[in-house]
Each structure stands twice: as structure tokens, then as C-alpha cells.
Write a protein that binds this ligand. Structure first.
Ligand code: ZN
Length: 400
């Protein structure tokens, strides 16, 4: 059978395509890269990343420690014993360049190494510092962070002091750490860049985005305090209860009558009193910050700056109060705290039905739209980047 000649054989088509690609390649003659310089720069960037992450973790741990240690009596029965420090080990790092950078910046080793120390806490008082190698706990040698933590947790559970043998610059020394009672809500850094934070009921998650957004420890203290108040006041439990009631009273009858599954009742129930819960968390959280020694007078500025960043939510009232309501509410809360200080009254938040009432910032109507960017108690918990708590057994591996 006669076969018609092909106008463009396959090889020619490939050649034409490659030629077309070449025609689109960059035409400038850029300098050749020095592979050594690229490696050196990568190493420097790792170092800068480790320094940056360490700065955020240090700030969060410092603020969280102060808030937890100074508000123990307001945390009800949710109290934990702590030695006030975290351990670190180079074993978490597989990448050689990253490992070298972490080793240099943090003076870390493959063996358990002291990382973060809570100011004025047991480890600080006993003289522990970043980079100290923990050689033994209660006379038992420890070669891994896991083993060190197990022994420390045993001492904490038994409520007895722990004796740590540490090594610094080749010299060994012994330290006795006495357990200290703090609020039992671990404060963890979430690696998300979103300007947000949330409480899970048992723990507090502060996004890296909001740590970068705050201007000082005072502002961060108000944010950690806000989330701690959500947990202490059991807002999540209340909202779950309201959601269950909404489901029972609305969704189930609709399903029985119409055979339709709707979650509107549960959704509305969960959002009932949301602005009031947020205002209460601001109010109670500011007391926590004040009691921990932070300056509470300018922390409301966070909400002004938030509005500069996201002008579309300036007056938007959603499940949260508007930014303007939060600003004015926090100023009123600070004025109340000032007055109590001036009168020598105890710095404890007032409860409804007591002699004084909460300032009116909470009196708003709940809308249905979720907020774009606000501190939120209902966001599901994410995996934390690194724990900032030394008393929890089930901490994830440190990963800067
Ligand atoms: Zn909140």
C-alpha cells in the first residue's frame, strides 16, 4: 500500500521544539556561580533561620513562663509542677548543614542540652543556662533527651526535687531543682505565619505570625493571657455545650420532621455569646498579664495595627468583637486594673453578680461570618513546632 510522505518526520518535530525552547532561554551572560560561595551562603541562611526561630521561642517561653508562674492561684485545679526549662538535642537534625548551624548557634550536643530557661524558675535559680549538658539526673546517667525527661517527669510527679549533674566548658557541677507550681496549660509555638493564636482547652498555640507582629513582651503577654483565659474559663466546653443544645433543639427535630440533616442549630449554638467570650478572654487575660508584671497600658495598640493591616475588618462584628470594640474594651480593662492597684485591692477579675460588673465592651450582637484574622478559641489544634514546656511527657521532638 502506498504511503504518503510525512511533511514533518518525528525527529524534525523534536528538533523544531528544542529550537523553539532555546529561542526562549535567557540571553544575558550571567556570571558563573561559585559552588563554595553558594554553600557558604546556605550555611549562613541556616544560621540566621535558627537565630530567628530561637528568638521567637525564647520570647514565647519567657512570657509564657511568667504568665503561668504568676497566675497559678487563678488556674483552678489545672495546675502542673515544672522545673522551668526545656531540653534540646542535636539528634533531631539529619541535614548536615542545618545540624552544624544549630550546633554553632545553640551550642547544642547529641546529648541532652539545656535550651530555654524560665526567668526566676527552679532551673534559673539553680544556675542552669543554655548549652549546659545534662550528664545525670538523680545519679542516673542520661544519654538521650527522652531519658532525661523521663527521670525529670518522675521527680515532678512525685513532687520531689531533682539533682542534675551538668557539664559546661569541661567542668561539671551539681544543681538541685525544686518543683514549682504553674498554670497547667503548655504554651506552644505554631509555625503558621498567620497572625493568630488559639486555645484548645488543654494547651495554648501561638502562631509565629503573631509573635512577629507584636512589638514587645507586653503585647505578647496580653495575647497569651487571652488564650489562657479561654482555657481557664472553659469557653470551649461552654461552646460545645451550646452547640449540643442547638443540635438537640433544632437539628434533631428538623431531621425527624423533614428527614433533612442540618447543622444550623449546632452552628448557631456554638456561636452564642462568642463576642462575650472574646471580651471576657481579653478582660481576664489582661489581669494575667498585669499580675505577671507586664505593662498593660499600650497593649490595645495591637488592635489598631491589626486594622491597619486588615482595614476591611475595622468595624466588622463577627463571632469576635470588632477591633475598635477590643481596643476600647482593653483600655477600660486596664483602667479597672489601675484603679484596683491604686486602692490596694487584689488583682483578680470581677465575676458577674459580684459587687462590680465587667465593662460594657462585651455587649455586642453575634454575627454569623467567621473573622478573617483574630485570636480564636475554636480553631482546631495544629502540631506544634516545638514545645516550650518541660513538664509534659508527650512533647514532640524539637525542630527549629
Ligand atoms: Zn479569643
Amino acid at each position: 500500500m502506498h504511503r504518503a510522505p510525512r511533511i514533518f518526520p518525528g525527529r524534525i518535530v523534536v528538533f523544531l521544539l528544542l529550537a523553539a525552547l532555546c529561542a526562549c532561554s535567557p540571553q544575558s551572560k550571567v556570571p558563573q556561580l561559585d559552588a563554595g560561595a553558594v554553600d557558604q551562603e546556605a550555611r549562613l541562611q541556616y544560621e540566621l533561620a535558627v537565630r530567628g526561630a530561637t528568638g521567637h521561642l525564647e520570647q514565647l517561653y519567657r512570657v509564657a513562663w511568667n504568665l503561668r508562674a504568676m497566675n497559678t492561684e487563678l488556674c483552678g485545679d489545672h495546675v502542673a509542677a515544672s522545673f522551668g526549662f526545656t531540653l534540646f538535642s542535636l539528634k533531631s537534625y539529619k541535614n548536615a548543614m542545618q545540624r552544624a548551624a544549630v550546633k554553632d548557634v545553640l551550642h547544642a550536643h547529641d546529648v541532652p542540652t539545656v535550651f530555654l530557661v524560665g526567668p526566676g524558675g527552679p532551673a534559673d535559680v539553680a544556675g542552669l543556662a543554655r548549652g549546659d549538658v545534662v550528664v545525670s539526673v538523680d545519679g542516673q546517667p542520661v544519654e538521650t533527651r527522652k531519658r532525661a525527661r523521663e527521670l525529670l517527669s518522675e521527680a515532678l510527679k512525685a513532687g520531689r526535687p531533682a539533682v542534675l549533674e551538668t557539664r559546661r566548658d569541661g567542668a561539671t557541677s551539681s544543681h538541685t531543682l525544686t518543683p514549682f507550681k504553674i498554670c497547667g496549660y503548655p504554651v506552644l509555638m505554631d509555625p503558621s505565619a498567620e497572625i493568630n493564636a488559639h486555645a484548645s482547652g488543654d494547651a495554648i498555640y501561638i502562631n509565629k505570625g503573631i509573635i512577629k507582629f507584636v512589638k514587645n513582651d507586653d503585647e505578647l503577654a496580653a495575647i497569651v493571657g487571652h488564650e489562657m483565659a479561654h482555657n481557664v474559663r472553659q469557653h470551649l466546653r461552654d461552646q460545645d455545650f451550646n452547640a449540643a443544645v442547638g443540635h438537640l433543639l433544632v437539628d434533631l427535630p428538623i431531621r425527624l420532621l423533614l428527614g433533612v440533616n442540618t447543622y444550623a442549630g449546632a452552628r448557631v449554638g456554638a456561636q452564642m455569646f462568642s463576642p462575650e467570650y472574646e471580651a471576657e478572654a481579653d478582660y481576664v487575660g489582661l489581669y494575667y498579664a498585669a499580675r505577671a508584671g507586664y505593662d498593660i497600658h499600650n497593649v490595645a495598640d495591637v488592635w489598631r495595627r491589626m486594622s491597619v493591616e486588615y482595614p476591611q475588618i475595622i468595624t466588622l462584628v463577627t463571632t469576635h468583637p470588632s477591633n475598635s470594640q477590643r481596643f476600647v474594651g482593653l483600655a477600660a480593662d486596664a483602667a479597672e486594673i489601675d484603679r484596683k492597684r491604686a486602692e490596694g485591692l487584689p488583682l483578680v477579675p470581677d465575676l458577674k453578680g459580684a459587687s462590680e460588673k465587667k465593662p460594657a465592651a462585651a455587649e455586642t450582637d453575634a454575627a454569623k461570618t467567621p473573622p478573617a484574622t483574630k485570636t480564636d478559641a475554636k480553631t482546631p489544634a495544629k502540631t506544634p513546632e516545638v514545645t516550650v514546656d518541660s513538664e509534659a511527657d508527650q512533647q514532640p521532638e524539637a525542630d527549629l
